[in-house]
Design a protein around this ligand. Sequence first.
Ligand code: GDP
Ligand code: IMO
Ligand code: MG
Length: 422
Amino acid sequence: MKVDVLLGLQWGDEGKGKVVDVLTPRYDVVARFQGGPNAGHTLEFEGQKYVLRSIPSGIFQGNKINIIGNGVVLDPALFKAEAEALEASGHPLKERLHISKKAHLILPTHRILDAAYEAAKGDSKVGTTGKGIGPTYTDKVSRNGLRVGDILCDFEKKYAAAKARHEQILKSLNYDYDITELERQWMEGIEYLRKFHLVDSEHEINNLLKEGKSVLCEGAQGTMLDIDFGSYPYVTSSNTICAGACTGLGLGPNKIGEVYGIMKAYCTRVGSGPFPTELFDETGKRISDLGHEYGAVTGRERRCGWIDLVALRYSIMINGVTKLILMKSDVLDDFDVVKACVGYKVGNEVIDYFPFDITEGIEPVYVELPGWKTDMTGMTSEDEFPEEFNAYISFLEEQLETPIKIVSVGPDREQTIERYTE
Ligand code: GDP
Ligand code: IMO
Ligand code: MG
């Protein structure tokens, strides 16, 4: 068996959580492969809304195995809060959630370092989620990290050494902080974590595949936030792309099957960094209001703009996307005209590829398409799509050279239309 991968093609918040939940009944296993509690994946069903941060979005659909892979960074305190809230709402986790011993731990001092580094950057700050993601991955790469498996042996000593090292750095940055409450909650989180299945997830997942079980890998963030291919340095600290599923779960590249790329019918971004199609006018505000574009984790307002097909073509190439999923087109249901960026004007030249630097001097070249002016939120089949919407879909497929398999017309699980055409 092969694994299918579902990941974001823009700057995150494309709707990954919703679609993973919708697709889960077709799989035996759902696995997260990178990122951590910087993610906020929203699911809505039966009138309830849930936001998942570290726990895979397959947790609500029957008795599936959900894996937190080695590529993920885990904050035990935030994990405990998330898991306890789920259990309290009637969703038991302990038997179905497996956590890789090789996943790295976010320490309380990593969170403080995240804030200290951001403060030191001043105006050029990344606008991180403040969850300690960058410092934790930095320690992983510099071979100073603590892993989930470390809590099983000689943990106090390892923790004290890591904390002392971080305290030295914070001292050199002259950064004031109080760790007491953070550390108390974190230690409680460590004890809580011991109650879970801590596994060698690379063996587990490969054995499951050998047994013929099907696996869906759930990405976090989006391709434009990837550490290698995103809008560096305004990115997150992990590989959010499809290759991240190989390193973040211990899968050979020949194990990758379908690659589902998710995109919104427009574009959003939280935090700092370039965004060529960003709108600063009434239209941007309208998209933001209609799309309720506020961060699921930080509550920050998301910046909004038109869909960027130049950036999407790049994302599709990097990930080897085989099928597209179009989200939130309902937000544009009442627009007279819908725009799509098909090229970038740089000086006197128009380019259709994603360049090294998108910070300055890029003017989007737009194609205007007629709006469909129809409330699509109650539709259940593609037969009901208005003519203009079908034309819009065909235009996107042609530009992106990839079929759109699923169209989402609202936040609820039920508001999802699978197309028969490929
Ligand atoms: P993720 O991080 O990729 O899982 O996405 P988020 O959960 O951060 O953000 C997506 C937001 O859009 C959430 O509030 C979802 O409930 C909502 N959403 C998802 N799909 C749709 C859709 O098709 N239409 C509308 N209007 N909202 C959607
Ligand atoms: P999901 O999985 C949107 C952004 C932050 C910041 C940058 C670096 O919900 O799509 P970090 O805390 O990772 O060091 O922040 O990345 N960012 C996200 N933006 N959705 C996310 O996750 C994000 N995770 C991180 O806003 O600009
Ligand atoms: Mg999100």
